[in-house]
Design a protein around this ligand. Structure first.
Ligand SMILES: [Zn+2]
Length: 457
C-alpha cells in the first residue's frame, strides 16, 4: 500500500508537474543540454522541452524555468533574445545561467551585464561553502572560475576567498540564478549528477513562483527558418543562418560522390531535412534528418573535416533501415574518407592510414583479434573495418562497395527482422560472387554461413 501511494504521488507529479522547463540548445548545442540536464536534476518534477530555434522567437508564456549556458562566440545573443529573457523574468520566470569566464567573455555575458553580474577569470579556491538555502549542503565543484555580483545579489555558494560561485537576485517577479559551470554535470550520458541533492530542489523552489497550466503542455521549439534546396529542406535559425550556404555547398559537392561510391540512391524516404547545428562537436542523423555541427573541424577555414562529417551523417541514410552490424559508424566515416580522396584531399588518406596503424598496434597482421568480441578495443574495430573495405576494394574493385550496396538493396528487404554480421558477409559474398566467409574468418571475424539463410555462393 505504501508502495502504491508513493507510486500514485510519483505518477501525479509526472503527469502535472508545476514546473515547465526549457533547456536552450540554440546558442550552443550539446548532447548534455539536449535532455541530460533535465534527467539529472529535474527528473519527474519538471516537464522539459528543448529550444532549437532563435531565443527571440521562444514562447515562454507557459514556462517558468529557462536554462542557459555560456554559448559560443560565433553566435552572440541578439538584443531581441535578451529582451525576451528579461520580460520572462519580470513576469515571474526563473532563469539559470551555467557559465564560466575562465577563457574570457562568453555570449551570455551580454545578458548578465544588464543585471550587474560578471563572470571572471579568477579560479575558484576550495573549500566551497553554501549560504542561505544551501548552508550546510555538500558542494562538489569540477573546476572553473568565480563570479563578480553587484550589491543586489545574494551569493548562495562562496569559495575559500569569499568569491561567489553561485548567486541569485530578483528580477521583477522572477529570479536570475548564475552559477559557475563546474557546479553542474556535463557528460553526454548524464553519468555525473554532481550536487543533485540541491540543484533540483533549488530550481524548483524558485520556478514555482510563476504558475504554469499543466493541462497545456509547452512545446519544443524547432529551428524556425528553412528553405528548400532541391528536395532537401535546409533548417536553421537566426544565429546559424550564416553557416547554412557553406554547408549546403559541401553537401551538394559530396552527394554525387556518395551516389557513385554506393551505386544507389539513399534509402527511400531518407535525407529530407538538414539541420544546421550550433556546435563544433559533430552531428547526428535520424536518417530522415541529418544535423551538421556548423563549425566542425574548423569549418569553413578547414574543409576536409566537414566533407567527412556530412558524408558520414548522410551515409547513415544509405544503410538504413538496416544499420550495418559492427561497423555502422566506421562505414559511414569510410564513405567520408572515400569522398575526400575523390576530391583530392590529402587529409582523407591520412585519416585512414592513422586508424589502420592504431589497429595494427593491437593486432599487427589484423588476423588475430576478433573485432566482434564485446571487449574489442574501439581502435581495433575501426581500423579493421577500414582494412576490410580497402582490401575488398583492392581485391575485387573498383566498385566493390557499390556492388555490396546494390546487393544489400536486392537481397535484404526493408521488413527483414534483423541484419547480422553473418547476413552481412553473405551479402558481400553475393555481391562479389565469391564465398567470403573463409576470408573474413581469416581476419578473426566470428562469422558462419550456417547462421544465415541467405544463399551465399
Ligand atoms: Zn554516425
Amino acid at each position: 500500500m505504501a508502495l502504491l501511494s508513493s507510486l500514485i504521488i510519483v505518477l501525479c507529479s509526472s503527469l502535472s508537474p508545476k514546473v515547465h522547463s526549457v533547456c536552450d540548445i540554440s546558442q550552443q548545442f550539446s548532447f548534455y543540454m539536449d535532455g541530460r540536464f533535465h534527467r539529472q536534476y529535474l527528473k519527474m518534477d519538471a516537464r522539459d522541452v528543448r529550444n532549437w530555434g532563435s531565443l527571440s522567437e521562444l514562447d515562454l508564456s507557459n514556462v517558468n524555468l529557462l536554462v542557459l549556458t555560456g554559448g559560443d562566440s560565433r553566435i552572440p545573443y541578439s538584443s531581441l533574445a535578451i529582451e525576451k529573457i528579461d520580460a520572462f523574468m519580470h513576469s515571474g520566470g526563473t532563469v539559470l545561467v551555467m557559465a564560466d569566464g575562465i577563457k574570457g567573455d562568453v555570449p551570455v555575458s551580454d545578458l548578465l551585464d544588464g543585471h550587474d553580474i560578471a563572470l571572471t577569470d579568477q579560479p575558484v579556491e576550495s573549500p566551497l561553502a553554501g549560504r542561505v538555502d544551501l548552508s550546510g549542503s555538500e558542494i562538489v565543484f569540477r573546476g572553473g572560475s568565480s563570479l563578480k555580483p553587484g550589491e543586489l545579489w545574494q551569493p548562495l555558494i562562496v569559495d575559500a576567498g569569499g568569491r561567489a560561485v553561485l548567486a541569485e537576485r530578483a528580477v521583477g517577479n522572477g529570479t536570475l540564478l548564475v552559477g559557475s559551470r563546474g557546479l553542474f554535470g556535463h557528460k553526454p550520458d548524464a553519468s555525473d549528477p554532481i550536487n543533485d541533492e540541491w540543484v533540483g530542489p533549488l530550481l524548483l523552489s524558485r520556478a514555482v513562483k510563476k504558475a504554469v497550466d499543466p493541462e497545456r503542455p509547452h512545446r519544443r521549439t524547432w529551428a524556425e527558418d528553412s528553405r528548400m534546396a532541391g528536395p532537401l529542406k535546409l533548417e536553421f535559425h537566426d544565429g546559424t543562418e550564416q553557416f547554412a550556404d557553406g554547408i549546403l555547398e559541401v553537401y551538394e559537392e559530396v552527394r554525387p560522390h556518395l551516389l557513385a561510391i554506393t551505386g544507389v540512391e539513399p534509402s527511400p524516404g531518407m535525407i529530407q531535412r538538414m539541420l544546421i547545428l550550433p556546435t563544433g562537436g559533430g552531428g547526428f542523423s535520424s536518417g530522415v534528418c541529418i544535423a551538421i555541427g556548423a563549425w566542425w573541424g574548423g569549418f569553413p577555414e578547414k574543409r576536409y573535416p566537414m566533407v567527412e562529417l556530412i558524408s558520414h551523417e548522410a551515409g547513415h541514410s544509405w544503410v538504413l533501415p538496416h544499420p550495418e552490424p559492427l561497423w555502422n559508424e566506421p562505414i559511414a566515416t569510410w564513405l567520408g574518407i572515400e569522398v575526400g580522396r575523390r576530391l583530392g584531399m590529402p587529409a582523407a588518406q591520412q585519416t585512414l592510414d592513422r586508424q589502420i596503424r592504431k589497429a595494427r598496434k593491437l593486432d599487427p597482421e589484423l588476423k588475430k583479434l576478433n573485432p566482434m568480441d564485446a571487449r574489442a578495443a574501439r581502435d581495433l574495430v575501426w581500423g579493421k573495418s577500414y582494412h576490410v573495405f580497402e582490401e575488398l576494394e583492392r581485391l575485387h574493385g573498383p566498385g566493390a562497395m557499390a556492388r555490396y550496396f546494390k546487393a544489400k538493396r536486392q537481397y535484404i528487404s526493408p521488413d527483414r527482422p534483423g541484419y547480422t554480421m553473418d547476413d552481412c558477409v553473405a551479402v558481400w559474398s553475393l555481391a562479389l560472387d565469391q564465398d567470403l566467409f573463409p576470408w573474413f574468418q581469416g581476419l578473426a571475424f566470428d562469422v558462419d554461413r550456417s547462421r544465415t539463410e541467405l544463399q551465399a555462393p
